[in-house]
Design a protein around this ligand. Structure first.
Ligand code: ADP
Ligand code: MG
Length: 398
């Protein structure tokens, strides 16, 4: 990785502004999943051990520049203090002169959490004045919010340009594991792409096709490829205006000698419902009132064999409507096959991660990305603004 990391910089006695991703799911003020808080602990602990004065900044939800009490980070402060087993101070107004005073009073190893940065209008517009106010709160900036790195906001991008800056440990892991898989993968290298629509993932498919040996397509997006090949797709989710694009991707695969695998059978139902009677059909047996909601058993076998032979796997997007038990079979089977791989396995994308967790297989993957949108953009081969703004190794000015 060519970005400086927190381990490359001196932080003892310094105020370090750490952009974290504490955008946790909450119900009635109670955190329902603290994975993202836990994911930031290594960087916070490292900084405390080094004697840094830690100032944490995060967004929560979309308050759109207004103070929304239900999106306060106070519950996160409490949870973080519990996890750290140390006090965590809280600052209700990050841009008040008082905030500056409070950062100056911090002792080595202390932690201060700022209130939701999206309470300020300038955050999402990357307002230089707001970025400058955040920059005053610290001597050094560390970005550990991989999940927000695809956004150029004041606390993810603007402030990084105003202070000596580096990647946190979580950010480093995300970039190095996914970066290595894309640049120097152990082969065979297979990507599994699923989810609802082709249009969401065209750029990912295009970029991955240049890197992988095999590309396995499932989920709703497979229907568009099948339609492009002349099969009838009934009432299935399909993007009829994207068949040219699907054909383009199929020829790109053929021209570059990549194997692009499509389902050979499907699970269909007449209704989009958990209790709808379903049946397994061959591709030419789909009726006009059928909806394809999962890959079929032959496809599972085909994909599982391909996965078992691979030494690097990147998976984004479920194979079916996994939210409904009877259409989760393809996704669970693929999750199991990926978990059994002797090699590097990477899961990116909110719903794919949820599916792997639901199957109880998260521990068996090499890497579960903490950033849905960010991991997608990374796999598209794009520079993430929050990463591009950090100092490069050998770049000087510390
Ligand atoms: P990720 O979050 O992992 O990137 P997406 O958001 O692209 O995945 O897609 C997930 C959604 O796709 C799920 O809600 C799932 O129900 C839906 N989906 C998968 N297969 C189908 C299908 N055959 N028909 C309709 N929706 C599907
Ligand atoms: Mg999703």
């Amino acid at each position: 990785m060519d970005t400086l990391t927190v381990r490359d910089i001196a932080v003892q006695g310094k105020r370090v502004l750490v952009r974290v991703d504490f955008n946790v799911p909450m119900e009635n003020g109670v955190i329902t999943d603290d994975t993202r808080i836990r994911a930031a602990l290594p960087t916070i602990q490292y900084l405390r051990e080094q004697g840094a004065r830690v100032v944490l900044a995060s967004h929560l939800g979309r308050p759109k520049g207004e103070r929304a009490p239900e999106l306060s980070l106070l519950p996160v402060r409490d949870r973080l203090a519990q996890l750290l087993q140390a006090p965590v101070e809280f600052c209700e107004d990050a841009v008040d002169p008082q905030a500056l005073a409070r950062t100056r009073e911090l002792r080595d190893g202390a932690v201060l959490l700022l209130e939701n940065v999206r309470y300020y209008k300038g955050e999402e517009s990357n307002d230089p004045e707001l970025a400058a106010l955040f920059a005053q709160l610290a001597d050094v900036y560390v970005n550990d919010a991989f999940g927000a790195a695809h956004r150029a906001h004041a606390t993810t991008e603007g402030v990084a340009r105003l202070l000596p800056s580096a990647a946190g440990l979580l950010m480093e892991r995300e970039l190095s594991v996914m970066g290595a898989a894309l640049s120097t993968p152990a082969r065979p290298f297979a990507a599994i792409i699923g989810g609802a629509k082709v249009s969401d993932k065209i750029r990912v498919i295009k970029n991955l096709l240049t890197k992988v040996d095999a590309l396995l397509i499932g989920g709703g997006m497979a229907n568009t490829f099948l339609l492009a090949q002349g099969y009838r797709t009934g009432k299935s989710l399909v993007e009829a205006d994207k068949t040219d694009l699907a054909r383009g991707l199929l020829s790109l695969a053929a021209e570059t000698g990549k194997r692009l695998l499509l389902p050979v059978d499907l699970v269909v139902a007449k209704r989009f419902a958990a209790d709808a009677p379903s049946r397994v059909v061959a591709l030419d047996e789909i009726q006009d009132d059928d909806m394809a909601l999962d890959i079929g058993p032959q496809t599972i076998r085909l994909y599982a064999d391909e996965i078992a032979r691979s030494r690097t796997i990147i998976w984004n997007g479920p194979m079916g409507v996994f939210e409904m038990e009877q259409f989760a079979i393809g996704t669970s089977a693929v999750a199991q096959a990926v978990a059994d791989v002797q090699g590097v396995t990477i899961i990116g994308g909110g719903d794919s991660v949820a599916a792997v967790e639901k199957a109880g297989l998260a521990e068996r993957m090499t890497h579960i990305s903490t950033g849905g949108g960010a991991s997608l953009e990374f796999l598209e081969g794009r520079q993430l603004p929050g990463v591009a703004a950090l100092q490069a190794k050998g770049g000087g000015n510390l």
